[in-house]
Design a protein around this ligand. Structure first.
Ligand code: HEM
Length: 216
């Protein structure tokens, strides 16, 4: 029997499941790590809050014109995605025999692209590769690393993440609203233990204490 090119109901259900998984945990993961990093580095939290208040005021939810002005927040999100990329690796399979960096890769070989390792490579990021320094992104993503594709939290090429703009938009929106209203710090029970369970998670959770700015 000839295979049908029609999209079945089952195909659509499977696509929806992919989008729910690919979209939800990754973005909430990004928000978690960014909150942890801002709690660990209060000077960046203050800078991010000052920017949000300057651009959006005390209560207004950022609109589409505001988003491009939130440069510090963009730098912070990029640095968070660099240090703690929710997706730690991606995979490619060669369709033909290929040569890559002087190596012959036979057709059908699976290659693991270690996003987490690339993001912590001192040859690409310098000696402070393991430190939180959003300022490295101040000249834009292209200038942050010594290699043009040193920053790949959303993968690369034709199969790059389809939801990356949505993820950044959601993260900026959520963080702006939080920064406008709360100051936050790590709870004494926080233990820093990034671990991979499909995605990169804080193994013992991320207990954070939020204090309304109105009470400070
Ligand atoms: C911080 C949030 C996110 C991160 C870190 C992330 C990361 C990634 C990565 C690394 C890939 C593999 C790309 C490659 O192999 O080159 C991917 C693929 C994908 N992502 Fe995301 N993603 C995020 C958010 C989202 C959102 C919000 C959606 C949808 C609403 C989404 C949907 C997808 C889909 C459908 C693919 C498969 C694309 C394809 O194979 O053509 N992702 N993502």
């Amino acid at each position: 029997m000839e295979a049908s090119n029609d999209i079945s109901v089952n195909d659509i259900i499977e696509e929806c499941k992919s989008f729910f998984f690919a979209g939800k945990q990754t973005t909430s993961n990004l928000l978690t790590w960014t909150a942890v990093l801002l709690a660990m580095h209060p000077q960046w939290q203050v800078q991010a809050r000052e920017e949000v208040l300057r651009v959006c005021g005390l209560r207004d939810i950022p609109n589409k014109d505001d988003f491009v002005k939130l440069k510090t927040l963009s730098m912070i999100l990029n640095e968070s995605l660099r240090l703690y990329p929710p997706t730690v690796a991606t995979i490619r399979r060669t369709k033909v025999d290929a040569e890559l960096g002087g190596y012959m890769i036979p057709h059908g070989t699976e290659l693991l692209i270690p996003i987490l390792a690339v993001h912590h490579d001192k040859a690409i990021w310098g000696n402070d590769a393991n430190e939180f320094n959003p300022a490295r992104f101040s000249g834009g993503v292209a200038r942050a690393a010594k290699h043009p594709i040193g920053f790949i939290p959303f993968g690369l090429g034709v199969r790059t993440c389809i939801g990356q703009n949505l993820a950044i938009l959601q993260a900026k929106l959520a963080l702006s609203i939080i920064l406008q209203r709360f100051s936050f710090k790590l709870a004494p029970t926080y233990q820093h233990a990034p671990t991979v369970l499909m995605l990169l998670y804080p193994q013992y959770g991320a207990p954070i204490i939020f204090q309304p700015l109105s009470q400070i």
